[in-house]
Write a protein that binds this ligand. Sequence first.
Ligand SMILES: Cc1cc2nc3c(=O)[nH]c(=O)nc-3n(C[C@H](O)[C@H](O)[C@H](O)COP(=O)(O)OP(=O)(O)OC[C@H]3O[C@@H](n4cnc5c(N)ncnc54)[C@H](O)[C@@H]3O)c2cc1C
Length: 399
Amino acid sequence: MSSASSRTPLPPFDPADPLGLDELLDAEDLAVRDTVRAWAADRVLPHIAEWYESGELPGVRELARELGAIGALGMSLTGYGCAGASAVQYGLACLELEAADSGIRSLVSVQGSLAMYAIHRFGSEEQKQRWLPGMAAGEIIGCFGLTEPDHGSDPASMRTYAKKDGTDWVLTGRKMWITNGSVAGVAVVWAQTDDGIRGFAVPTDSPGFSAPEIKHKWSLRASVTSELVLDEVRLPADAVLPEVTGLKGPLSCLSHARYGIVWGAMGAARASFDAAVDYAKTREQFGRPIGGFQLTQAKLADMAVELHKGVLLAHHLGRRMDAGRLRPEQVSFGKLNNVREAIEICRTARTILGANGISLEYPVMRHATNLESVLTYEGTVEMHQLVLGKALTGLDAFR
Ligand SMILES: Cc1cc2nc3c(=O)[nH]c(=O)nc-3n(C[C@H](O)[C@H](O)[C@H](O)COP(=O)(O)OP(=O)(O)OC[C@H]3O[C@@H](n4cnc5c(N)ncnc54)[C@H](O)[C@@H]3O)c2cc1C
């Protein structure tokens, strides 16, 4: 008895794509992926170790304009100069950017999924016209101020306050750990008001606004992170984002950004995995390549399984997002799994590289330390466990 499978030769095994996941992508998806991969190879990879060591992201404005030119900013938003890409394409871009460095992906995530998304979804038509085209082009950098020095996982308790004064708003408070803060032209700031939490599009040249950069980070060193100080910043009535009140505003932006992280984390993991495979094939001990030892192969096999399962999960969530069926709990599922597994892949890669694993000449330690931030921001591991725990049991264990 013959069957189609016995007549058709199997495709060869591709170590870079063991599950054949590229077959899930169409020509446009592949074009997006190739464009972003080529940009990162040209503009980030040759410099990233130096930027990381110096703890700076020099030329961040130029990088933002280039990212705008390839359509990577606000990529899955429509109109106002945005690319209108699918969620899967946006995810592929995040993966390629984070394979270069989590700091570059953070720049893009905060710009597109947090600052632009907030204005696109909750802003007035005037706010969209004012900010979004320049942000899509990378001419204006945006940041997103939710976290405060004393309120991280529990943003509902934030103290930053927006008081009505006639028709104006007056904002006072402090935000902490804000990506892109010192280089932003507009800050989306969330504040308490008499009517609940509201979002504001704050021009960063407003009197009373300052954004000192946070130094001495051992993670996301090639990323600008800042404090936002709001000292009676007076804004006109039309600075408030009119379409949302309450924590659901910032949380829906975070859900969009977390979705990108589900993909992005697998980029950091892929880069570290690739470095480990290359190293294992050439580094010799006891007279042969360490990749020929069973213990090393067990590590590589386990890493590959988690890496490609993670990409498959990201793709599944992307398809759900494109179909308008992605729930926040599912994003928590993806962020919890993929960042946790990515950091394990990087740590295991580090062991395969031995002492060289701690060197900046190889990417693995840089990715591993970056992922410490990614594990914490956009909801810590514990917060996503609590989200899933609540969804699974119906019992809220947050407080
Ligand atoms: C590099 C970097 C960039 C960032 N960029 C931004 C940005 O652009 N915008 C922004 O608004 N924020 C940003 N953040 C902040 C980030 O979102 C917060 O750090 C994060 O939400 C955690 O808050 P926290 O650091 O105050 O930790 P905490 O909330 O104080 O948590 C400390 C620990 O306690 C645990 N914990 C807290 N509550 C519970 C509970 N109920 N049950 C069990 N465990 C609990 C946490 O999971 C964590 O392990 C950034 C952070 C970093 C490191």
